[in-house]
Design a protein around this ligand. Structure first.
Ligand SMILES: CC(C)(COP(=O)(O)OP(=O)(O)OC[C@H]1O[C@@H](n2cnc3c(N)ncnc32)[C@H](O)[C@@H]1OP(=O)(O)O)[C@@H](O)C(=O)NCCC(=O)NCCS
Length: 187
């Protein structure tokens, strides 16, 4: 696992239009793994570091996701002297005929280094391998940068969901149809 991770790295980008360059990281392709109950504390730390209070999942919701056979919680671990630290997480939910990207988060210290794109590419591969027709996600309607990034990844805005996260916090439901897939999507 570790040696694979050392070999299978993608050259990270350090420059972008978002401001100052971030430190480089090696993407831990071999190190991406399914999360388990022992990751709960780290998953909560990422949730609190990455999302505003109104947008966060509770510990109980994350635990339920870890147990749900239709959900997949993936994590990128990094070994530190004090133990293992999670640098990013991806939560997928299988729907009839579609894969929902439920959550995606990179530790703020690692954002802008390609981890998010790596995880979205991974999600797309999971969807394609599984033969579903589309990917779906909901994105904060107030974050133009995030919506634009998803559009660059092949998603299009489908429905504006009023008060999706909380009163006054709308979301865009976004869809990416997969190659050779029928156009109709499941409800
Ligand atoms: C959205 C998020 C997961 C992206 O993760 P990431 O590891 O920063 O992703 P990337 O490094 O692949 O960057 C994503 C895009 O945003 C840009 N970007 C985002 N933050 C950046 C930063 N701080 N510095 C430089 N570029 C940044 C990159 O250029 C990239 O665009 P590109 O792929 O077209 O070049 C991350 O910003 C995050 O965890 N945000 C908080 C939680 C969240 O909002 N999750 C999404 C909704 S569930």
């Amino acid at each position: 696992m570790k040696s694979q991770a050392a070999e299978a790295v993608r050259k990270p980008r350090v420059e972008s239009g978002y401001g100052s360059p971030k430190p480089t990281v090696q993407l831990p392709i071999g190190g991406l793994r399914r999360a388990g109950a022992s990751d709960l504390d780290e998953l909560m730390r990422l949730e609190e570091a990455c999302f505003e209070a109104w947008r966060r999942d509770s510990r109980r919701m994350i635990r339920d996701s870890l147990r749900n056979p239709r959900h997949e919680v993936w994590v990128c671990p990094e070994v530190e002297s004090g133990g293992e630290r999670l640098t990013a997480t991806l939560v997928l939910r299988w729907l009839p005929g579609a894969l929902r990207v439920y959550s995606l988060a990179t530790d703020p210290e690692r954002q802008g280094s390609g981890m998010g794109r790596f995880l979205m590419d991974f999600a797309r591969r999971r969807a394609e391998e599984s033969g579903v027709r589309a990917m779906r996600l909901e994105a904060d309607a107030g974050r133009k940068g995030l919506l634009g990034w998803y559009e660059r990844l092949g998603f299009t805005r489908e429905t504006l969901l009023k008060d999706f996260y909380a009163p006054g916090r709308d979301a865009w439901r976004m869809i990416a149809k997969l190659a050779d897939a029928p156009t109709a999507l499941p409800e």
